[in-house]
Design a protein around this ligand. Structure first.
Ligand SMILES: [Zn+2]
Length: 255
């Protein structure tokens, strides 16, 4: 079959347009499906803590925070896993999968500080940061490169699946980190964890960061800015904290 030049050009343009339109828009649900798979993989491939006290402590803090979320997140089927890993890390995935590495307890010294960590991670989920991030990134080279890496890694799936997979690997943006701090502080205060403990937590993180940077910190705002921003939120957060206490929310999670 022969094609004249003009027609060939037209086809080329159409292919380009099609390629541009093919940039997938990924829904929260699609990221949730990939998150579940990833979470299961982690559970199979990483060491799970079997320390009953540590698990109970972390579940207690996480449950107290989950109870303070707005719907539909409060009734979501949250799953929490404690990984016996030295890295200072914690995450929460779309769909309500929370992973806490025991290494985080080196910097989160008490239940209030752990509340700040989990509040922050859960806020990434409720503010739908993964879906925001991936749909911004897929229109840029970052997204294309990440998708290429996912495909190069032998990932088989359609474009939307690949994009959803990419959502799990992209770091959050700085604005999202600040938002997770602010929203997370409200959750932890409402659960009865002292919001002021967040300052010491981020100081500990910064100290632990000297030397090899822990994964958890690599994309987070500089600790000075973060601490200043948190302190600015204290007046409101303390009102929440005090009313949580007076309504009987006094968590006692430490083993
Ligand atoms: Zn974060």
């Amino acid at each position: 079959m022969h094609m004249n030049r003009t027609r060939g050009l037209l086809v080329g343009v159409l292919l380009l347009v099609a390629a541009a339109c093919a940039v997938p828009f990924v829904s929260e649900r699609e990221i949730e499906i990939e998150s579940e798979k990833e979470f299961d993989k982690m559970r199979q491939s990483m060491a799970i803590s079997n320390d009953v006290n540590v698990r109970g402590y972390i579940f207690c803090v996480a449950d107290a925070i989950i109870a303070e979320l707005e719907e539909p997140y409060a009734s979501m089927d949250w799953e929490i896993e404690v990984f016996d890993e030295d890295a200072i890390n914690a995450f929460a995935m779309t769909g309500g999968k929370i992973g806490v590495f025991t290494g985080i307890l080196k910097v989160a010294e008490n239940q209030d500080q752990l509340g700040a960590v989990i509040g922050h991670e859960v806020a990434h989920v409720t503010q739908q940061h993964a879906v925001e991030r991936v749909n911004q990134a897929m229109t840029t080279q970052i997204g294309a490169a990440a998708a290429g890496a996912a495909l190069g890694g032998g990932y088989a799936g359609d474009a939307v699946q690949v994009a959803a997979q990419v959502a799990l690997t992209l770091p959050y943006g700085r604005k999202q980190e600040s938002e997770a701090d602010t929203v997370g502080l409200v959750y932890s205060a409402n659960a009865g964890f002292d919001p002021r403990a967040s300052v010491q937590l981020w100081k500990n993180m910064a100290e632990a960061n000297e030397g090899a940077p822990p994964e958890f910190l690599s994309t987070h705002p500089s600790s000075d800015t973060r601490i200043e921003d948190l302190i600015a939120e204290f007046p409101g957060a303390l009102v929440n904290y005090n009313s949580a206490k007076s309504s009987g929310k006094v968590p006692n999670c430490a083993p």
